[in-house]
Design a protein around this ligand. Structure first.
Ligand code: SF4
Length: 371
C-alpha cells in the first residue's frame, strides 16, 4: 500500500530555522485556488504509485493556515479520488487550533494530528520566530482532546539557541507529562538559506556543542523510555501501536505520491519533485509541474542504507542483496565489521542495526557504509 502526501505551501510567517518550501498566503482566494489545483494534480497523477493509498498526510508549510472551508473541500476531494484506509494525518500549528478546526477534524476522516510545539520556553519560541507561546501549545492539546481527538503527536527541537540542558529537560518533561501517544524530537540543524544559519555565520548564535547535544539526546531517550515510548526511528517515539504509519513508509521503501509545490514522490523506481514554485503551480493549475530526479544505483543504495539504519528495525541484509546485488551488500558488510566489533552496530537475525546510543552520531558510521 502506498502513501499520499499533500504539501500546503503556505505559512503565517517563516520560522528562523525552517528550509521547507512555504510562502505567506496573500489572500483568501489563493487558498481556494490552491486546493482546486492540488486536486487537479492528484487526479492526473493518482495512478503513479501503482498501489492504493493506505495513508494520507497533509503537511507543509502549515495546512492549518488554510480556512476550514478549503480544508473540507480538500479532504472530500482526496476521499473521492484516492480514499485511504488506515491513517489521515494533518499538521497543525498551536495558534490555529480553534474550536472550529477541532470540529472539522473530528467530523472528517482525519484520525491523527501532528503539532509543531518545538519548545515550552517562551523566550526560545520567540527567538526562533514561532507565533505561539507555551500556554497556547498546552491549551491546543487540551482543546483537541476535549473534541475527542487523542491521536496527537507533538514535535520538539533540542539544541536551540539559549537552550541549556535544564531548559531542555523542562520542555521535555512537561510535554511527556501530557501522556501523548507520539513524540518527534529533532536536533536543530542550521540549514543553508535560513535566518538561523545567517545568524550563525555572523556570530550572533553559537551551535550547541556535541557533548551537550549528546547529553540532551540521552536525556530524551531515557525519559521517553521511562514513560513507555518505543524509540522506533532516530527522531520518533511512540507508545507501542501508535507509530506513524505514513512516515514509516519513507523509511521502508514504500511508494508515495507527493502533491503540491515542493512535494517529493517515489513510485518504487523513479523519484519526482513538484517544482517549489507556487506562482508557476497556480498558473499551470497544478498540471505538469513536476520534474523527474535521475538517481544512480549508488544513490538509491545510499538512501536505502541511511534510512534503514536510522530505524529500530535496522537493515535487512537479504533485502539489501536482492535490491542491489551481493557485491554491494558484501562490500558494505566489510566496512561494518569494525563497528560490529566495537558494539556500535549489531547483526542479529539477518538485520544490521545501529545501537540506539549511537543514532545521534550515526553519520560517522554511515559515511563508511555508503558508496
Ligand atoms: S517550521 Fe512549519 S510553520 Fe515554521 S516556516 Fe517551517 S513549515 Fe512554516
Amino acid at each position: 500500500m502506498a502513501g499520499l502526501y499533500i504539501h500546503i505551501p503556505f505559512c503565517h510567517s517563516k520560522c528562523a530555522y525552517c528550509d521547507f518550501y512555504s510562502r505567506p498566503r496573500k489572500e483568501r482566494q489563493e487558498a481556494g485556488l490552491l486546493v482546486e489545483y492540488l486536486l487537479n494534480e492528484l487526479s492526473s497523477r493518482n495512478n503513479e504509485a501503482n498501489e492504493p493509498f493506505s495513508t494520507v498526510y497533509l503537511g507543509g508549510g502549515t495546512p492549518s493556515s488554510l480556512p476550514v472551508k478549503d480544508l473540507d473541500t480538500l479532504i472530500n476531494g482526496i476521499k473521492s479520488v484516492a480514499p485511504a484506509t488506515e491513517e489521515y494525518t494533518i499538521e497543525v500549528n498551536p495558534e490555529d487550533v480553534t474550536d472550529e478546526l477541532c470540529d472539522f477534524i473530528s467530523s472528517s476522516p482525519i484520525n491523527r494530528v501532528s503539532m509543531g510545539v518545538q519548545s515550552l520556553d517562551d523566550v526560545q519560541l520567540k527567538f526562533i520566530g514561532r507565533r505561539h507561546d507555551a500556554k497556547t501549545a498546552l491549551d491546543a492539546v487540551e482543546r483537541l482532546r476535549r473534541h475527542g481527538i487523542d491521536e496527537i503527536s507533538c514535535d520538539l527541537i533540542y539544541g536551540l539557541p539559549m537552550q541549556d540542558i535544564d531548559s531542555w529537560r523542562d520542555s521535555l518533561s512537561r510535554l511527556l507529562e501530557l501522556g501523548l501517544p507520539h513524540l518527534s524530537a529533532y536536533l536543530l540543524s542550521y540549514e543553508p538559506g535560513t535566518r538561523l544559519s545567517a545568524m550563525l555565520y555572523k556570530g550572533k548564535v553559537t551551535e550547541t556543542d556535541e557533548d551537550t547535544a549528546v547529553a540532551m539526546y540521552n536525556l530524551l531517550i531515557e525519559n521517553a523510555a521511562s514513560k513507555g515510548y518505543r524509540h522506533y526511528e532516530i527522531s520518533n517515539f511512540a507508545i507501542p501501536g501508535h507509530e506513524a504509519r505514513h512516515n514509516s513508509s519513507y523509511w521502508n521503501g514504500t511508494p508515495y505520491l507527493g502533491i503540491g509545490p515542493g512535494a517529493h514522490s517515489y513510485d518504487g523506481a523513479i523519484r519526482r519533485v513538484t517544482r517549489p514554485d507556487i506562482k508557476g503551480y497556480l498558473k499551470n493549475r497544478g498540471l505538469n509541474c513536476f520534474d523527474i530526479e535521475e538517481e544512480s544505483v549508488d544513490e538509491r543504495f545510499n538512501d536505502f542504507i541511511i534510512t534503514s539504519l536510522r530505524t529500530a528495525d535496522g537493515l535487512n541484509i537479504e533485502e539489501c542483496s536482492l535490491k542491489f546485488g551481493e557485491r554491494y551488500c558484501n562490500e558494505m558488510m566489510v566496512q561494518a565489521t569494525k563497528y560490529i566489533d566495537s558494539g556500535a552496530l549489531s547483526l542479529l537475525s539477518g538485520r544490521l542495526k545501529i545501537d540506539e546510543r549511537h543514532w545521534l552520531v550515526s553519520d560517522r558510521i554511515l559515511v563508511d557504509l555508503i558508496r
